[in-house]
Design a protein around this ligand. Structure first.
Ligand code: TRP
Length: 456
């Protein structure tokens, strides 16, 4: 591995880069977090807001991160320092911190997915899918599966870019799409599922009017989370680009896949939840697991389908987890000259420890520490990170941004200015509002739910 440490690696092929970015984007965010947010935030009204954020904010923000990475060929901290000067490296340090926080609970949930994979083989969840979820959501076994998930992630990242990440995602993306389409077709046939489609697809504008203070930050947070924005993943991945790719086209492909898979997940989960008579409006963190395990227990050859589905879901979660770890590892390798395998193992151990309370603490079966970490990370820290990089590029370095983006595309003309101005005012203003609302919401969560829980 010694060449890896001295010579910076790059993607072997264009598809390698795209697949890695898709692999990062598509993960628990699409299949676990998305349906759970839709249920919690009022169904189709949330979906509408989310799609709006993906297009209006996700796309320009992804372009900003890509240009930073390709321009500098550096890890997130080094990249921001190079473009903005020394003070900006603290924004990069925030990214490294956020990577720690997100991966710590991401890995616990990834452990649930592995557990369901083995549960499909043994038939463990067939008796009562709801009870099964609460049984496995926290506890010592949960900790064990968290450790396994983290160990696999560490293993892949330690192997480096081409042999680890690039290979893993080539398997994942095609298979997951095939299985999801199959499941969505199955869901259409369920009696009693129709209400699920209504809930998911026809927005109730009264909900939007009355609950926008929580819908806006939730939708913005979900858009950032699902596209892996706001903490330097896309900076880091684009830093391994050696040739001048058309970054706008690549972003379109990545966002298209990611959004498509999220929408498909909803088409699977909501009809199943409604058909089973479960409460879709408050499915909580267990929604996807309870819905699907219940379905797999019932349908013919369901457990075979379960093995395939949870197998793919595990790979999707892993290919995202490696991107989270890669941000921290590339920082340690580039900035401190640590050996990649050593850095990976140390950092992986630290993240595992941060996840211990997530795996162990339960509020009557509910894994409450997930909310504590997840709302903070998605709605507050990622949005803050997003605002910072956008200010850096759109306000302080617009020419550099446009020049870098135009490589591989040609003259951008008016579109370049449109991008910069879109980011400069509307995007940043919307994100600031969203951040303000999120801070209020988080304070309320702490005061109304978390602190009373801690006090018992
Ligand atoms: N986007 C991934 C998902 O949807 C999770 C993820 C990977 C992520 N890297 C990230 C989220 C960086 C935020 C920031 O599962």
């Amino acid at each position: 591995m010694s060449t890896v440490d001295t010579l910076r690696e790059s993607w072997a092929t264009r598809t390698g880069f795209i697949l890695a970015a898709v692999g990062s984007a598509v993960g628990l965010g699409n299949i676990w977090r998305f349906p759970f947010q839709v249920g919690q935030e009022g169904g189709a009204a949330f979906l509408l807001m989310y799609l709006f954020f993906i297009l209006l904010i996700g796309l320009p923000a992804m372009l900003v991160e890509f240009t930073i990475g390709r321009r500098t060929n550096l890890n997130a901290v080094g990249a921001l320092r190079k473009i903005g000067g020394r003070t900006w490296q603290y924004a990069g340090a925030l990214f490294v911190f956020v990577g720690f926080v997100i991966l710590s609970y991401y890995s616990v949930i990834g452990g649930w997915v592995l557990r369901y994979f083995t549960g499909s083989i043994t038939g463990g969840y067939t008796a009562d899918s709801e009870a099964y979820f609460f049984e496995i959501a926290t506890g010592f076994d949960t900790l064990l599966f968290h450790a396994i998930f983290m160990a696999i992630t560490v293993g892949i990242v330690a192997l480096g870019i081409q042999k680890g990440i690039e290979l893993a995602v080539k398997l994942m993306v095609p298979s997951i799409i095939a299985i999801m389409v199959g499941l969505a077709i199955y869901a259409v046939t369920l009696p009693g599922g129709a209400e699920g489609y209504t809930y998911y697809l026809s927005p109730d504008f009264d909900v939007l009017a009355s609950d926008w203070q929580s819908i806006v930050p939730a939708a913005a947070g979900q858009a950032f989370f699902t596209l892996s924005l706001g903490m330097g993943v896309m900076i880091t991945y684009a830093s391994y680009l050696s040739t001048d790719r058309n970054l706008a086209e690549d972003s379109g492909v990545i966002i298209g896949f990611d959004t498509g898979i999220a929408i498909l997940t909803g088409l699977i989960v909501f009809p199943i939840l409604f058909a089973a008579g479960l409460d879709a409006a408050d499915p909580g963190a267990g929604a996807i697991f309870i819905a699907l395990a219940g379905a797999f227990a019932e349908i013919q050859y369901g457990l075979v389908l379960g093995v395939l589905f949870f197998g793919m879901f595990s790979i999707a979660a892993l290919s995202s987890a490696i991107s989270l770890l890669e941000v921290v590892v590339s920082f340690a390798v580039d900035e401190y000259g640590l050996q990649r395998p050593v850095a990976t193992a140390l950092i992986g151990g630290g993240i595992f420890i941060l996840g211990v309370p997530v795996a162990l603490v339960s509020d009557g079966g509910n894994p409450i520490v997930i909310d504590l970490y997840d709302i903070l990370a998605a709605e507050i820290l990622l949005i803050t990170g997003g605002i910072l990089v956008m200010v850096l590029m759109a306000w302080f370095n617009p020419n550099l941004a446009v020049t870098e983006l135009s490589k591989g595309i040609g003259r951008l003309g008016i579109l370049g200015s449109l991008w910069i101005w879109l980011v400069r005012i509307p995007v940043i203003v919307v994100l600031l509002i969203s951040l303000g609302l999120a801070l209020v919401g988080y304070y309320e969560f702490l005061v109304d739910e978390f602190i009373p829980f801690v006090r018992g």
